[in-house]
Structures are given as structure tokens and as C-alpha cells.
Design a protein around this ligand. Structure first.
Ligand code: KIV
Length: 390
């Protein structure tokens, strides 16, 4: 059996996650989230964008000084002042990483940066070299990589590698690319830039088309060994690739992909709740992995299945993510006899034959009027049926 390759988890909840409209983490939030991420086993924590403000620099510094078991990263534009700010913020880090980015698509070059391709290559070269002269771990991101000209993208990546970047991250900045096109882009980049094989390839997805997780998995198939993610998928606009989704997808499909992460998945639930509380962004009930309904079964057919064998309708054991309740049968108008009888049994009523039928008729009458039938309701139904039979 081949040994599985490690996919590093680069968490940017504190940087790109905080770019969610309306989110502003306090220093306490940043320290609490960072220490929980480190304990969960992520590899890199992007703690912020130090040049953005003195307070941001101070919070990155505080995270760097207090969380010492993983790499702490600061984001920097490809300009000297940003790199110095990042280096200063990371001074106390055990494993400092500077993440240099520069716009790469022609649209960004023309309308935002207003620089030529040659100038951008020079900026990247100088910035990566400067960062590499100050810290050992340097990551380079050609922003809007997925909408960039492939030939120019290759030149830019080549220049960053020559200047000393050890990780090359491909940002799908506006969540644009389709999974198969991303696979082709990466294959093409490896062909044009053979030296990329000696670096770590990373992928940074945004979820504008709901494709961030699918794209991250495609990137892994194509050779990426680092994924940039945020807890609950928070982030700019529609958010980033979800930490919990990629970690669990890589766990469920790890054997097929021959990869693994270092994350202790049992930390996922609490981490997600912490980020929900501190960000103020509520998690949708139907959110994969961490939504309220992720392990709740409402229809008769599914309830019957999970009662017989959980795996019939679940691909993840809720205990694997540290779920406090586990698989749940939710009684309502779509529930069948199996779900109802199981709940009655858990309350001490063993129903069968004609008694079960009578109780079930009463249950259905109630379920038509109520969204969720509670234990008290089931108790009352069973008591009434028992009284009738006496
Ligand atoms: O979305 C993006 O392009 C980014 C980069 C700076 C990695 O956040």
C-alpha cells in the first residue's frame, strides 16, 4: 500500500474570513480561534494583513507570539512596505510565513494595478526576494490566476520560484473556474514550469458559483498539496472554500485520492460553533457537515434506513466531527411507522400490531398540524392509546 501524501491545511479564517461583510474579529476572537485551529491540527494560520492598519499588525503579532506550534502567516502586497510590515508582525513567530500576492489577470493589470506584465513580473521577483531574505517560508499568489493568460501566469510563477517562493498558490479570486478547467490549468502550468514540481502547489477558492469545494478537490487530484480554507466557508462575498467540507471530503475519499490531512476531525463541530459565534454569521441549517440538519433525518424511508444501519443514509459518522447529538430522527408528517415506533420505544412504549396502527393514526393527525412532533407528544399519544385499550 502506498503511503498517503499530506495535504496541508492553510486556514485563512482570520484574514480572508474576516473580509466577510460585517465581520470584525476582536483580538480575543483572533487568539481564541487561532489556538483552536492549531489544536485541531491545521498546518498554517493566515492571521491577517499586517500593512492594513496598526491594529491589524498588532493582532497578527499577538497570534504569532501565542500560537507557536504551526506556521503563522501574514499577507503582503508585492510592495516593500507590506513585506516589512508582515516581517515585523511575524517577528515572534516560531514558524513565520510571508504570503506575497500580486494581480495577474490582464483585467486586473489594466484596471486595478495599471502596470504592464513586465512590471508585474519585476514586482513579484523583487518582493519574493525581499521576503525570502527575511523569513524562510515564502508563499506567492498570482491573484485572479484562473482568469489570467496561461503563458503569462507561467512566466510569473517561474519568476516567483526563481526568487525563492516555496509555495505557489493559485487563487480563484472571483470563484470563476469550473473544476475540469482548473485541472487543465494546473496540468498546463506544470508542463510550462517544471520547477513547480519542487514547490508546494496550493489552491485558494472562492465560492461565487458554489464550486469552491469541488475545485479544491480537483486541485488535489491535479497535484496541489495545500488548500486554503476558512471555517464555515466565511469570506469575501459568497465566501471561501470551507475548511470542514474539504477536510471531511479528503477523509471520506482519502483512500481513493491517496491523501490525508493532519486535522483532528473531532474538533470540527466546536470550531465551527466558535467561528459562528464570533463572526456573527449564522450557519444555514442545511450546510454540509456543520448545519443543524446535517445528521437529522425527516422522511420515513430515510428514517427506516438509518434505524436499520446508519450508513444507509449517512456518509459521515457524526462522532467523527465531534457532533454533540449524533444521528437524529425528526418526527413530522413525512415520518413512517419505523421512526415513530423507535421514538415510542425510546420512551418506554413497545408498540406493535393494532396498537401501533392506532397510535400511528393519531401521530399522523398531529404531524399534519405540527412541524416537529416532540417526545411529549409521542408520550401523550402512547398514553392515550394505552388508556383506550385498557
Ligand atoms: O482571493 C484571493 O485572490 C486572495 C489572495 C490574496 C490569495 O485572497
Amino acid at each position: 500500500m502506498r503511503e498517503r501524501e499530506r495535504v496541508a491545511i492553510f486556514d485563512t479564517t482570520l484574514r480572508d474570513g474576516e473580509q466577510s461583510a460585517g465581520v470584525s474579529f476582536t483580538l480575543r476572537d483572533k487568539l481564541d480561534i487561532a489556538s483552536r485551529l492549531a489544536a485541531a491540527g491545521v498546518d498554517v494560520i493566515e492571521a491577517g494583513f499586517p500593512s492594513a492598519s496598526p491594529a491589524e499588525l498588532a493582532s497578527v503579532r499577538a497570534v504569532a507570539e501565542s500560537v507557536r506550534s504551526v506556521s503563522i502567516c501574514g499577507l503582503a502586497r508585492a510592495v516593500p512596505g507590506d513585506i516589512e510590515a508582515a516581517v515585523e508582525a511575524l517577528h515572534g513567530a516560531a514558524h513565520p510565513r510571508v504570503h506575497v500576492f500580486v494581480n495577474a489577470s490582464d483585467m486586473h493589470l489594466a484596471h486595478q494595478l495599471r502596470k504592464s506584465r513586465e512590471q508585474v513580473i519585476e514586482m513579484a521577483r523583487i518582493a519574493v526576494r525581499q521576503a525570502r531574505s527575511r523569513v524562510a517560508e515564502v508563499e506567492f499568489s498570482p491573484m485572479d490566476a484562473t482568469r489570467s493568460d496561461p503563458e503569462f501566469l507561467a512566466e510569473l510563477v517561474q519568476a516567483a520560484l526563481e526568487a525563492g517562493a516555496l509555495t505557489v498558490n493559485l487563487p480563484d479570486t472571483v470563484g470563476f473556474i469550473l473544476p475540469d478547467a482548473l485541472g487543465d490549468l494546473i496540468e498546463n502550468l506544470y508542463t510550462r514550469v517544471p520547477a513547480l514540481r519542487d514547490a508546494v502547489l496550493s489552491f485558494h477558492g472562492q465560492d461565487d458559483l458554489g464550486l469552491a469545494t469541488a475545485n479544491a478537490l480537483t486541485a488535489v487530484r491535479a497535484g496541489a498539496r495545500q488548500l486554503e480554507v476558512t471555517v464555515n466557508g466565511i469570506g469575501e462575498r459568497a465566501g471561501n472554500t470551507c475548511f470542514e467540507e474539504v477536510v471531511m471530503a479528503l477523509r471520506v475519499h482519502g483512500a481513493a485520492l491517496n491523501v490525508e490531512t493532519g486535522v483532528d476531525t473531532r474538533a470540527i463541530w466546536e470550531l465551527s460553533k466558535l467561528v459562528e459565534e464570533r463572526s456573527g454569521l449564522p450557519i444555514a441549517s442545511n450546510k454540509a457537515i456543520v448545519g443543524k440538519n446535517a445528521f437529522r433525518h425527516a422522511s420515513g424511508v430515510h428514517q427506516d434506513g438509518v434505524l436499520k444501519q446508519r450508513e444507509t443514509y449517512e456518509v459521515i459518522d457524526p462522532a467523527e466531527i465531534g457532533h454533540p447529538v449524533g444521528t437524529e430522527i425528526v418526527l413530522g408528517k413525512l415520518s413512517g411507522r419505523a421512526g415513530f415506533a423507535a421514538r415510542a420505544r425510546s420512551l418506554g412504549f413497545v408498540l406493535s400490531g393494532v396498537v401501533l396502527e392506532r397510535a400511528f393514526v393519531r401521530f399522523q393527525e398531529l404531524a399534519d398540524r405540527k412541524r416537529e412532533v416532540a417526545d411529549d407528544d409521542v408520550q401523550q399519544i402512547c398514553d392515550a392509546v394505552a388508556a383506550d385499550a385498557a
